[in-house]
Design a protein around this ligand. Structure first.
Ligand code: FAD
Ligand code: NAD
Length: 465
């Protein structure tokens, strides 16, 4: 058996692991990273990037279909739009290929050694990797667990045949005629909307009383309206019971207790993701857990000395940028720098139609802390840029402390608002007050002007409404 020693070993090269390894390498730490699949993890290979590529393709296709139907107020006319999904998927794979080889190159540039294969812990300092050329032992002073997550499988709907997870949905060669999506959360709505735009007849089955329960109803209302416009049927308070014996339909118990049969060519199950905590020897470490996740402290330390954990395996929010920020922090800690998790905002975006963004606290969360708060909302209906891009739906909403006007939270729903997330998060991290936002010149005409106006409205003196 081959054996290597290093200062830092990272298990898993998703956004958490690869960022940690690159940063550690840049800091001069002798680092090894182990990855069983392609570098980039869920995010780059079957998650964030492929889904956003498909969503973009679907948006473009829907625009031309809309124009071909004679519905364009811009005077654009065309006929016979068609889609070759196999080509769309090949284009998406091209982007994935560029990014994964980019990550491999960055690891190399930072002098990180990559070992390809499945890692298994022997103890808190030693990992065995099954590589193509045999077993490789890696000994390390510090180890980072960044093994990520996998799609949750429902016992009544095991994956296989027509029942698919997001991974298969992102790799289809034909648009399903009838698609039933189980779970109206992030993935269900992002991909369900994309397939509706690509021509599928889509039904969403959500167990809770409303879609996207993570966001408040004011934010999700425009998404529900748009789903209806796209012809997507949404069944809330409904439970999937399993596929029909002929495997051509999903059996569902509706909110009023009736059983209905939803014909389906594919059933996409998107009911959450579970941390990947089995198959790599967690039992050898006896780590403290926080439910199904690995328990960590504010430096991402686990209960075992020298063993850190980052990313999806450590809990919610399971987002790529949280994993990256944790990875970067842990590399600095291993390098001897003083760091701890002190983020006020882990912004989140749902790339539905329209997009939703949330940074910091929602009005309910802020009130629950016992603070008196002020909120103000500015609708895109009163924003010039929104009018010129035919997308007046949505708003920006600001929540601030009533006493000193410190901004506690900012949310928005609308076309392209994902790009406003940077400004929202920066304001919160820098401790901006309403007056700071209101006093910052924002370019005209842009959607970002709605941010200033929301701050002005919270102060009680908006200009453009
Ligand atoms: P992962 O990305 O899951 O990486 C873990 C890696 O570890 C994998 O490559 C795996 O092969 C490897 N591994 C595991 N165990 C071992 C082992 N024993 N030996 C060797 N290798 C191992 N998040 C966002 O922020 N924005 C989005 O738009 C977004 N969209 C998404 C869309 C979809 C369809 C999905 C499924 C997820 C999406 N996410 C999004 C979530 C995001 O992908 C995850 O939060 C992120 O990838 C977590 O990073 P990670 O490093 O913790 O784990
Ligand atoms: P999710 O938690 O966002 O949504 C799951 C939905 O399924 C919930 O609304 C839940 O109520 C519903 N549900 C659960 N069990 C059900 C059942 N038996 N029948 C019907 N509905 C049921 O999970 P997801 O959409 O699978 O995404 C997983 C995670 O991946 C997200 O939580 C997020 O962290 C990450 N993600 C992020 C993005 C983004 O940042 N834009 C995009 C995709 C995924």
């Amino acid at each position: 058996m081959k054996e290597i020693s290093c200062k830092l070993l990272v298990v898993g090269a998703g956004p958490g692991g690869y960022v940690c390894a690159i940063k550690a390498g840049q800091l001069g730490i002798d680092t090894v990273i182990v990855e069983a699949a392609r570098p980039g993890g869920t995010c780059l290979t079957v998650g964030c990037i492929p889904s956003k590529a498909l969503i973009h393709a679907a948006d473009e296709f829907e625009k031309v279909v809309h124009a071909a139907a004679g519905n364009s107020p811009l005077g654009i006319a065309l006929s016979g739009p068609a889609l070759d999904l196999a080509r769309t998927v090949a284009w998406k794979e091209g982007i994935v290929g560029r990014l994964t080889s980019g990550v491999a190159g960055l690891l190399k540039k930072a002098k990180v050694k990559t070992v390809h294969g499945w890692a298994r812990f022997r103890d808190g300092k030693t990992v065995e990797v099954e590589t193509e050329t045999g077993l490789q032992m890696v000994r390390a002073e510090a180890i980072v667990i960044a093994t990520g997550s996998a799609a949750v499988e429902l016992p009544s709907l095991p994956f296989g045949g027509p029942v698919i997870s997001s991974t298969e949905a992102l790799d289809l060669s034909e648009v399903p005629g009838r698609l039933v999506v189980v779970g109206g959360g992030y993935i269900g709505l992002e991909l369900g909307t994309a397939f509706a735009k690509l021509g599928s007849e889509v039904t969403v089955v959500e167990a809770l009383p409303r879609i996207l329960p993570l966001y408040d109803a004011e934010l999700t209302r425009p998404v529900g309206k748009r789903l209806a416009e796209l012809g997507v049927e949404v069944l809330t308070g409904a439970k999937a019971r399993g596929v029909s014996p002929g495997k051509d339909a999903l059996l569902v118990e509706t909110a009023d207790g009736k059983e209905v049969r939803l014909p389906a060519d594919r059933v996409l199950v998107t009911v959450g993701r579970r941390p990947l905590t089995e198959g790599w020897g967690i039992e050898e470490l006896a780590l403290d857990m926080a439910g199904k996740f690995i328990r960590i402290d504010d430096q991402c330390r686990t209960s075992m000395r020298g063993v850190y954990a980052i990313g999806d395996v450590t809990g919610e929010p399971m987002l790529a940028h949280r994993a990256m920020a944790q990875g970067e922090m842990v590399a600095e800690i291993v390098a001897g720098r003083k760091r701890s998790w002190d983020k006020r905002s882990i912004p989140a975006v749902c790339f539905a139609d329209p997009e939703i963004v949330s940074a910091g606290l929602s009005p309910e969360e802020a009130r629950a802390l016992g603070r008196e708060v002020k909120t103000g909302l500015f609708p895109f209906q009163a924003n010039g840029r929104a009018m010129t891009t035919e997308s007046e739906v949505g708003f920006v909403r600001v929540i601030a402390r009533a006493d000193n006007h410190l901004v506690l939270g900012i949310q928005a729903v609308g076309q392209g608002v994902s790009e406003l997330s940077a400004a929202f998060s920066l304001a919160i991290e820098m401790g901006a007050r309403l007056e700071d936002v209101a006093g910052t010149i924002h370019v005209h005409p842009t959607r970002s002007e709605a941010f200033v106006e929301a701050a002005l409205r919270t102060l009680g003196h908006p200009l453009h409404i």
